[in-house]
Design a binder for this molecule. Structure first.
Ligand SMILES: [Mg+2]
Length: 286
């Protein structure tokens, strides 16, 4: 159990009633950092490459999607997986269409496929509009965890490159699909108030599942990839699901609302969190 006496410093206050703390868990890919266009680009590049090698590009891309989905279910979210899926899809198409290439050509082709698959992980990361500013302000009022599925080095590199390191108290990277379990663990370890906390994410499935333990702020800036698509956002009797369109709305409608509730509860007893409004909204929201 952490010492929650530390929840208040000169410029931070994430104290919640009963010696608890308020936490935001924040998904990275597709929520904070732009992700999908890089994978779309890799799919397009693969289609183009396969066309040059005499295959139907659409059929090749479809096959890649199928193989990568199966590999994700089998091996999880390691960084090498996507490149390996491309090589596998290339080999499969070659055999399916009975294409006869020379051995050294095949080796070269496989190398090209691997490189296409590696590209999305080594891009200069792009942050969604207002994400850094909103999280920077929220840092005054919440302990903030980045929760992300993927490769540890790749994800930490992205956070560093994006300049987001200062807003996160911790970056939790998992190679398995287990966000709700991670949230539950932190809840227990740090004595978190789940009703005054929230998980922010773009995936109805892997992020939405966290509504079992805390509020879910659904921020669908990217539709997510095939593996992540489910029809409905999970619901909960205990916690709220708040859908917002962008980071600014996330702050106004969800984050600030959590702060106000906390302020109301704690108003008469002890320290109260401070709302950090955007200049435009000061009058309207105070
Ligand atoms: Mg995501």
């Amino acid at each position: 159990m952490s010492n929650n006496n530390n929840c208040r410093t000169a410029n931070r206050n994430f104290c919640a009633p009963g010696g608890k703390i308020a936490v935001l868990w924040v998904d990275l890919d597709g929520t904070t950092i732009v992700c999908q266009p890089y994978f779309d680009q890799a799919h397009a590049n693969y289609g183009h490459f396969m066309k040059l090698r005499g295959f139907d590009p659409q059929e090749s891309i479809e096959m890649l999607r199928k193989i990568d989905k199966a590999n994700t279910e089998r091996v999880g979210f390691e960084r090498d997986r996507f490149g390996k899926s491309l090589v596998e899809a290339y080999d499969y198409m070659r055999k399916l269409k009975r294409k006869r290439f020379k051995e050294d050509e095949i080796l070269n082709d496989r190398q090209i496929c691997e490189n296409i698959g590696r590209a999305p992980f080594f891009r200069e990361p792009e942050i969604f509009p207002n994400a850094a500013a909103v999280l920077g302000r929220a840092h005054h009022n919440f302990m903030i965890f980045a929760v992300t599925i993927g490769n540890r080095e790749a994800q930490k590199y992205k956070v560093r490159q994006a300049g987001l390191q200062p807003v996160f108290d911790e970056i939790i990277v998992t190679s398995r699909d287990e966000k709700p379990q991670l949230v539950a663990q932190i809840m227990k370890d740090l004595n978190v108030d789940p009703k005054l906390s929230a998980f922010i994410g773009n995936s109805k499935r892997s992020d939405g599942a966290c509504v079992a333990h805390t509020n879910f702020i659904y921020l669908p800036l990217e539709p997510g990839w095939d593996y992540d698509k489910v029809a409905e956002i999970p619901s909960s009797d205990a916690y709220e699901v708040i859908q917002v369109q962008d980071w600014r709305e996330c702050e106004e409608r969800a984050i600030n609302s959590l702060i106000r509730r906390r302020r109301k509860i704690m108003g008469s007893s002890g320290p109260t969190p401070v709302l950090h409004e955007q200049p435009c909204c000061k009058d309207r929201d105070s």
